[in-house]
Design a protein around this ligand. Structure first.
Ligand SMILES: [Zn+2]
Length: 276
């Protein structure tokens, strides 16, 4: 599932491709449930004539400012991809939403697993206001994270995955950040001292920046693998220390990496470096 670095990569690639300034000619919806809100007819009609004024990211959402025409939010979830292609290209399998622009190009939402969602809203706060802080923002300090952790009594792994706690983290970068900060994923958040919280804070930012610098993490060739606009793969896989490295030696101590389940999520740890 795309996380902060992958979603930011998509946003950057859409900007580079010149999406800002394009005007929507028409919208085709071929799998109605890809549109979360409003009803499909209103969605199609509402977007028609809208100009893409800006593209940004909040958490794992792609946020398009349509100026006077509201906001288009896209959540890629498990297998959503965006392709920017010439209109004359035939629609491929799994291209569930087609946003057609005035300049004869299409933005196509490709989503084999069908969990991704598009939202057309007047106020993006309707969707985004529930999200926790941006982990790369200046306001997100080590001290702030320490305070946030102290307010909860949850295991670190599910807490860090909770988008209301911090926005943008998912399974890959949480496992990487916990390994980097030598914290066990089942540790209760209120038991973390200030030093460990600052370590975790630094690790979260470091693993996210690595992902960003490498254009995201693409794991295998499966349909849920992340690719950015037009199928471009990320290069961060080689930078991963634990995620999907089960049985391979820990980069610090050579202990084989183990895969355990925490909060129903597959989790990768070094038992030696990350003590309970
Ligand atoms: Zn180790």
């Amino acid at each position: 599932m795309p996380e902060l670095p992958e979603v930011q990569t998509v946003v950057d690639d859409l900007k580079k491709a010149g999406l800002v300034g394009r005007v929507v000619h028409s919208v085709g919806v071929h799998w109605p449930r890809s549109v979360a809100t409003p009803a499909v007819q209103r969605f199609r009609k509402g977007l028609r004539g809208a100009k893409i004024g800006g593209i940004s990211r909040r958490g794992k959402f792609i946020v398009m400012d349509l100026a006077a025409n509201g906001w288009l939010l896209i959540h890629l979830r498990m297998s959503g991809h965006l392709h920017l292609v010439p209109r004359r290209w035939p629609r491929a399998t799994h291209e569930h939403v087609v946003i057609r622009f005035d300049d004869a190009t299409d933005l196509r939402f490709h989503d084999p697993r069908k969990f991704g969602r598009l939202f057309w809203v007047a106020d993006p706060g309707e969707i985004l206001s529930k999200l926790g802080p941006e982990p790369l923002s200046r306001a997100f300090t080590g001290r702030r994270l320490a305070g946030m952790l102290a307010h909860h009594r949850r295991q670190l792994k599910p807490l860090l995955l909770d988008q209301r706690f911090i926005a943008g983290l998912g399974n890959i970068y949480v496992d990487e950040a916990l390994w980097a900060s030598r914290l066990h994923p089942e540790t209760r958040s209120h038991e973390i001292d200030g030093d460990a919280a600052r370590r975790l804070h630094r690790a979260i930012r470091r693993v996210l920046r690595s992902g960003l610098g490498n254009g995201g993490t693409s794991l295998s060739r499966g349909e849920t693998t992340f690719t950015s606009v037009n199928g471009r793969a990320g290069r961060n896989r080689d930078a991963l220390a634990v995620f999907r490295r089960t049985g391979q030696p820990c980069l610090r101590c050579r202990t084989p990496i183990e895969r355990i389940i925490v909060g129903q999520r597959s989790t990768h740890i070094c038992r030696h470096c990350q003590k309970e």
